[in-house]
Design a binder for this molecule. Structure first.
Ligand SMILES: O=c1ccn([C@H]2C[C@H](O)[C@@H](CO)O2)c(=O)[nH]1
Ligand SMILES: [Zn+2]
Length: 148
């Protein structure tokens, strides 16, 4: 299972596999204050898989989102390019990355990066990062292109 290790190089994971992985990630959530467990799974451009869950804190603002955990896991293993990110929360609606996480995802995204908003039954909506965060600020605004 992709979630049994911090990362895997499985290239052939199906959407069904990734929904299973994001549900497993959600089970790891530490969310005793909100009782709102969230899971996130990233597939990188090279096919690596990284998962994360929300980790809350008694000092409430110090809690971290599932997407932030998955990104930290990816970066720790050398990943830099998010091809897809799967996210799952609770309820019948669409649990979409919060504003802060949209920016975190944006850092490692390209115009084709997709966010897959899931429920227990499967993917409910697929949306691109540029749809979620239009006119966004990113690394290319800070790093001037070399002349010549
Ligand atoms: O996209 C989201 C939205 C919320 N949360 C977490 C933050 C907090 O622990 C809990 C309730 O907001 O859900 C995430 O991890 N990702
Ligand atoms: Zn967030």
């Amino acid at each position: 299972m992709p979630n049994s290790a911090p990362q895997t190089s499985e290239r052939s994971l199906s959407e069904h596999d990734l929904v299973a992985a994001v549900k497993e990630a959600q089970k790891q959530a530490y969310a005793p204050y909100s009782n709102f467990p969230v899971g996130a799974v990233i597939r990188t451009a090279s096919g690596q898989i990284f998962s994360g869950c929300n980790v809350e804190n008694a000092s409430y603002p110090e809690g971290t989102c599932a997407e932030a955990g998955a990104i930290a896991n990816m970066v720790m293993h050398g990943g830099r390019d998010i091809a897809e990110i799967y996210v799952i929360g609770n309820g019948d609606g669409l649990v979409s990355p919060c504003g802060g996480c949209r920016q975190r995802i944006r850092e490692f995204s390209n115009p084709n990066t997709t966010i897959h908003i899931c429920g227990p039954e499967g993917v409910r909506k697929v949306i691109t990062i540029s749809e979620l965060l239009p006119y966004s600020f990113g690394p290319e605004h800070l790093i001037p292109k070399q002349a010549g």
